[in-house]
Design a protein around this ligand. Structure first.
Ligand SMILES: Nc1ncnc2c1ncn2[C@@H]1O[C@H](COP(=O)(O)OP(=O)(O)OP(=O)(O)O)[C@@H](O)[C@H]1O
Ligand SMILES: [Mg+2]
Length: 278
């Protein structure tokens, strides 16, 4: 698909109507209510509409507690909606749909298994023949700078290493839909740059659909086709920005473009206004 040909204007929460495959994700009028410790209930997501086109890279930004992780969990089918519906690949989500990979804000590596074994599980799950697994694991460990830690268990890794291992597992699984919750949160600037660049390279080859939650506006703009700004609680979509920066894109060099600075600034002002109004 020619990414740059996508229409520049679309109604809020909607992808442009392009001829081609149906959307990967449709979130329609979704709300989520949780019980509170005092016996009451709290609305944490309110009436969210969102469409993710096939092959689209969507970033979600917004202040802490506005419901970003909750929205991602609802899409993943791990948590049921209170109202509305979510459709992934044409099927209503009532349980985790197949071929969806989730990378949590806190890593969920198997604590008793080494880094290699954690990645091997994902390869087994996606049906990679056993004979091909060692080479694939070695390639991923190299990509993520974890070669020396292949036999370490998660408890013996730093936070950033655990996050890299979790990313390795996600890439090994190779889902059709990537749901990523602040995957670069615990990484130093240099590793973030290397992995951001790598994620874009992998994405441009495979054209998988991605929902990427981050609180880092530059990261969101550098990676995505569209940035959705959330506000809350209760979590709602405040605004969205189509990112028309050229593809293929270099995650670092794109930052030098005036259009990059311009859209980051607009999003900052948007979120800043929200924060000032609190
Ligand atoms: N399992 C739960 N039970 C009750 N309330 C919850 C639950 N999970 C999330 N919440 C509430 O939902 C709101 C949104 O939380 P969420 O984790 O989605 O925010 P977030 O935007 O991801 O924040 P952050 O940027 O800090 O990760 C919060 O008020 C939180 O207390
Ligand atoms: Mg979160």
């Amino acid at each position: 698909m020619e990414r740059d040909m996508r229409a520049a204007s679309a109604p809020p929460g909607e992808s442009p109507a392009v001829a081609g495959p149906p959307p990967r994700v449709r979130v329609v009028g979704v709300s989520k209510t949780y019980p509170t410790p005092d016996g009451g209930s709290a609305r944490v997501i309110e009436n969210v509409d969102l469409t993710l086109a096939e092959g689209e890279f969507l970033a979600i930004v917004g202040p802490s507690g506005c419901g970003k992780s909750t929205l991602l969990r609802l899409i993943s089918g791990l948590v049921p909606v209170s109202d509305g519906r979510i459709v992934v690949a044409g099927e209503e989500v009532i349980a985790p749909p197949p071929r969806v990979g989730f990378m949590f804000q806190r890593d969920t590596l198997l604590p008793w298994a080494s880094v290699s074994a954690n990645i091997a599980v994902a390869l087994e799950l996606n049906g990679t023949p056993a004979a091909e697994r060692p080479a694939r694991i070695a390639a991923l460990l190299k990509l993520l700078g974890l070669e020396r830690y292949a036999d370490y268990r998660p408890s013996a890794l730093s936070g950033g290493m655990r996050q890299r291992a979790a990313l390795g597992r996600l890439l090994a699984y190779g889902p059709e839909l990537y749901l990523m919750d602040e995957p670069f949160g615990a990484l130093d600037a240099m590793t973030k740059m290397i992995l951001g660049r790598e994620l874009l390279r992998i994405w441009s080859q495979d054209a998988k659909s991605v929902v990427f939650v981050t609180h880092d506006i530059e990261e969101a703009v550098g990676l995505s086709d569209r940035v959705v700004v959330m506000e809350g609680p209760p979590g709602r979509i405040k605004s969205e920005y189509r990112i028309d920066l050229p593809r293929p894109r270099d995650f670092r060099e794109v930052r030098l473009l005036p259009e990059f600075r311009d859209v980051c600034e607009r999003i900052w002002r948007d979120i800043g206004r929200h924060a000032e109004a609190e």
